[in-house]
Design a protein around this ligand. Structure first.
Ligand code: FE2
Length: 362
């Protein structure tokens, strides 16, 4: 691969804008087993918003809510519902990252600034991407406190479900937007197109979508980008765009090293997953060959399997976690495979269509 023209250390945090950050924090703590590690709000000097920081291994989520009328965040939440607003990157040099991204065509969101308190300082800046989503560049090398200045430590451990890092984040964009954003990630952030799927790969009798997977120079950050394709009925991407109110983050994939454990815990705590017909598992041995897991256990939990040249992967998708059919999560366990489960697309999309039919949006 060619040289890395835009060094990113990795995803630092994913910030959600929500109506009630306290309840979102509780939900993620008690379902996905995140620990609440930080808080910022009225008590810490913020006058118009409250935020909770949640962590599990290398995953950091932040939930922010407006706490007075007229906040710009409230307008965005009114439009989209609770949503992923920011996928933040840890970088060596925030000023270089921001200025270089803008020079290469990014639209600024917040100019570089230094936040400081008695624990040190953090440099931070942001650029816009699709819809109301942004990328923040952050460097906290000179900061000893929790998260960023303005936050205090919270020590409210969750009961971990064994998820270790963010594997990828997927964006849904409008028809015709995919190649525009593919080029944007190439031009601005030096990403490369890892894999492409067209509507022949990702279609059922009724609906279709197109997808391209973009990866950062060091390969650590992976962003598939989807757009709807023509089908007999409304695709899941169209449904998302309609209910979300434009382009946005569709799902976040969390990587585990023990998917049976992770999914068992999530199901016991009430997280609902998409299911596939039992016949999927009848065909599984022929399709993927030898695997370490007991197929009956996988069938019981609804876990899917796919194989590529380098190994295999196990994956499962939650139903949307909001009232709107928008954001959902994927749990993924990689056993050598670096791909995204192409062999499961058809079974999965048929499952999504069954859900869409129930919602009357197919
Ligand atoms: Fe995914």
């Amino acid at each position: 691969m060619s040289e890395d023209t835009f060094p990113l250390r990795g995803i630092d945090y994913v910030r959600h804008y929500v109506n009630n950050a306290r309840q979102s924090a509780y939900y993620y703590q008690h379902t996905m087993g995140f620990s609440i590690t930080g808080y910022g709000g009225l008590e810490t000097g913020f006058r118009d918003e409250a935020s909770y920081v949640l962590e599990q291994n290398d995953i950091r989520l932040v939930f922010s809510a407006p706490i007075r009328p007229g906040h710009r965040m409230a307008d965005k939440i009114a439009l989209h519902g609770d949503f992923v607003h920011d996928i933040a990157f840890s970088v060596d040099d925030v000023d270089w990252s921001f200025n270089e991204a803008v020079r290469r065509g990014a639209v600024p969101y917040e100019e570089p600034k230094t936040l400081s308190d008695e624990n040190g300082e953090v440099r931070i800046a942001s650029i816009r991407i699709y819809g109301d989503t942004i990328h923040t560049f952050i460097n906290r090398d000179n900061y000893k406190g929790v998260f960023i200045p303005g936050y205090v430590e919270r020590n409210e451990p969750g009961d971990s479900i064994g998820i270790v890092e963010i594997d990828h984040c997927v964006g849904n964009v409008e028809l015709g937007g995919m190649n525009k954003w593919v080029k944007w990630y190439e031009d601005v952030l030096g990403f490369a197109n890892l894999i492409s799927f067209d509507d022949k790969d990702i279609s059922t009798e009724y609906t279709a979508l197109m997808s391209k997977v973009m990866a950062s120079g060091n390969g650590r950050v992976k962003f598939p980008i989807n757009e709807p394709a023509e089908g007999k009925k409304k695709s899941q991407i169209d449904e998302y765009l309609e209910y979300f109110g434009g382009a946005g983050v569709q799902h976040v994939a969390l990587r585990t090293d023990d998917i049976v454990y992770t999914v068992s815990r999530l199901q016991a705590r009430g997280i609902q997953f998409l299911s596939v017909p039992k016949t999927y598992y009848d065909m599984l041995p022929d399709r993927v060959g030898e695997i370490d897991e007991d197929i009956e256990v996988l069938a019981e939990l609804g876990i899917l399997v796919d194989r590529d040249d380098e190994g295999y992967l196990l994956q499962i998708f939650t139903k949307p976690i909001t009232d709107r059919p928008t954001l959902f999560y994927e749990i993924i366990h990689r056993k050598g495979a670096k791909s995204f489960g192409k062999g499961n697309f058809k079974a999965l999309f048929e499952s999504i269509e069954r859900e869409q039919a129930l919602r009357g949006t197919l």
